[in-house]
Ligand binder design. Structure first.
Ligand SMILES: N[C@@H](CCSC[C@H]1O[C@@H](n2cnc3c(=O)[nH]cnc32)[C@H](O)[C@@H]1O)C(=O)O
Ligand SMILES: [Zn+2]
Length: 433
């Protein structure tokens, strides 16, 4: 057994207390072996210094489209519908498998540098996303996004079948770091006849579903008008609200839908920055937490954020949650830290997001010796309100050190950035011709 000790740091425990202690990791199993004072733990093969640092569970970005880093800053300041149709989809139509690989790598680099160790991703050319995740050492639940509207029957079927095939092929890849889901884009972009046909096959396969739901008013009203029922009760009729399933956004949900989510255990991934930027609305997060809904946190793609920094997302979640509830005590620091760790991990079915024996050794260490983190009254408050992704110095996933002392060990930072820059420019040029 090869072991790693994260030594001398302040450690965030699952009950949101912070104590000065060491963490011992079994690198072969990728698991936390023990948490305890240095004197009580056996010697380790390798030690990572966390002196003057805060050790936290690696953050889990539970909804994103990593390769959209290529479109960062390309189209801003528009609402969802026209942003997708006029700007995003035309460029995405030009993206080659190697473009997706390059964009995903850039996303993974940004995640490692900002303490994110796990994520869920909905995109296309997923075999390239798999390769990138395999090489970068992160943990992920991946899937092919399905759109059937505007397509003929053969193309629609092919898209759904691709999603099923990808989910079957890659579940458990990269020594179990990669898991999958079938990912219909949303309840309005995938037709009922296809859901009827393919959801039973998804259930047979035994993988979760992940889809965008109740993101904008424009997405809710057509369903209510046509079916006289709310989108999430339609989803339940379609068998799309299993305890393993998770939806992105959940902005425009009413009380009945919140109850449904709590009852079924279906996770909601809150994406506050994307919701603000696209002016989609304010999700009733405190009400969901009060009802016992599993709430995770995600950045969504970097064209609607525009970064993958989960610290920014925690801060946005707290700020927006208060505004939405008109209550400064709503969505407090502890709640957002839980959302970014345990909440996201639970929604995705990862045994991560908690620093305790037996959990995945997915960790991040922040340097506390920064002016914006002084004084240290309350480190949970700092995580939610004051810390930034750039405060992260070490990142560990599955027991492996991916970044130490701010040096990314698993990929060549410069070449990843250069390749993405070039491929992004070329794709946009092709789309405008
Ligand atoms: N197979 C589909 C691809 C779907 S991938 C998932 C899609 O979600 C899009 N997307 C990104 N952010 C959002 C959002 O906030 N709401 C809805 N869709 C989004 C993204 O641009 C990407 O096209 C096709 O060929 O069109
Ligand atoms: Zn999205």
């Amino acid at each position: 057994m090869t072991t790693l000790r994260i030594a001398g740091g302040q450690v965030l425990r699952p009950d949101m207390t912070v104590e000065e202690t060491d963490v011992l990791v079994d690198q072969d199993e990728g698991e936390i072996l023990a948490v305890g004072p240095a004197d009580d733990l056996p010697e380790a093969d390798e030690t990572l210094d966390a002196d003057d640092g805060l050790v936290i569970p690696g953050l889990v970005n539970a909804h994103c489209h990593a390769a959209m880093t290529l479109l960062r800053g390309y189209a801003d300041d528009k609402p969802l519908e026209s942003w997708l149709r006029e700007d995003i989809w035309p460029v995405e139509a030009e993206l080659t498998p190697e473009d997706v690989r390059a964009g995903t790598e850039l996303g993974l680099l940004e995640m490692i540098q900002s303490g994110t160790t796990g994520f869920a991703d909905m995109y296309f050319h997923v075999e390239k996303v798999v390769e990138a995740v395999e090489d970068a050492g992160l943990r992920a639940r991946l899937g092919h996004g399905i759109v059937t509207i505007g397509r003929d029957e053969a193309a629609a079927r092919e898209d759904f079948e691709t999603s099923l095939e990808i989910a079957a092929e890659f579940d458990g890849a990269a020594d179990g770091r990669i898991s999958t889901a079938v990912m219909p884009h949303s309840l309005t972009t995938v037709g009922e006849e296809y859901l009827e046909e393919y959801i039973p096959q998804t259930r047979e396969l035994g993988v979760p579903l992940h889809y965008h739901a109740n993101e904008t008013e424009d997405e809710v009203s057509p369903i209510v008008d046509e079916r006289k029922e709310r989108p999430l009760s339609y989803a339940r009729d379609m068998d799309m609200t299993d305890v393993s399933d998770f939806v992105a956004h959940g902005v425009h949900v009413n009380e009945t839908e919140i109850e449904l989510l709590a009852e079924t255990g279906t996770g909601v991934i809150h994406c506050p920055a994307s919701n603000m930027k696209l002016a989609s609305g304010m999700a009733p997060i405190q009400a969901m937490l009060d009802a016992g809904v599993t709430v995770g946190l995600g950045t969504d793609g970097t064209a609607s954020n525009n970064d993958l920094d989960m610290f920014g997302e925690m801060r946005d979640a707290a700020m927006l949650g208060k505004l939405a509830s008109n209550d400064a005590s709503a969505v407090d620091a502890e709640s957002v830290v839980r959302m970014a760790t345990e909440g996201s991990a639970t929604a995705l079915g990862f045994n991560s997001g908690r620093i305790e024996e037996g959990a995945n050794a997915d960790l991040a260490v922040l340097d506390l010796s920064a002016s914006h983190l002084t004084p240290r009254h309350d480190l949970v408050s700092h995580l939610a309100y004051a810390a930034r992704g750039s405060d992260v110095i070490h990142t560990i996933c599955d027991g492996n050190v991916l970044m130490a002392d701010k040096e990314v060990l698993i990929m060549d930072e410069r070449s990843v950035r250069k390749k993405a820059e070039k491929r992004a420019k070329d794709a946009i040029e092709r789309a405008s011709n």
